[in-house]
Write a protein of this length. Sequence first.
Length: 216
Amino acid sequence: MDKNTVVIAIDHGWSNMKTVHETFTSGIREITTEPALFENVLEKDGKYYKVGSERLKVKDSKVEDENYYLLSLAATAKELDRLGKRTANVYWAVGLPLTRFGKEKEAFIKYLDQNREVTFKYEKKQYHITIKRISVYPQCFAAVASQISEFPAKVLVVDIGSWTVDLMPIINQSPDESVCVTKNSGIITCIQQINKECVRKLNSEVDEYDMRWNLR
């Protein structure tokens, strides 16, 4: 890989977007007119978007609309700003749930690779990036890959995300993909169940932001 290429790892969560240095809410909303304030504002193709507001609703796929593509640009801008770069060759390293990796990998790469060169603004700073490469890695495994050689004979790795929970048995320091499980029972489901109990017992819901703050 070209030494001038910037590697940007992005976790496209249903609650938060995460890079090596940044975490922000997976929320994006179009602003129909030029905003008065440009903090966390993405501008692309003459349109303005507020980034990091209320999280997006969970859908069957993250490639159904442009939301996660735009969030990827925002995440990239945040990392490049730390490096003092406005123009860069970029290598996106991203992840997918363990058991859906094979099925969704190619569609996710195609989605992120829709524009090889992109010019956009974030917080009024203009960026021009060239996407040199996109790699997709299985979530859960990627988090422990560098530590597996130190594991005992049998370990169950559990990755609790916003929407999914990945369960990956590792036997004799080797992942057993045949029995890996991905369940749609992550933090968002937990919050929904808590609020059901709040309504049942108190006839009121707790704001999701407040609940997340207390679950940290």
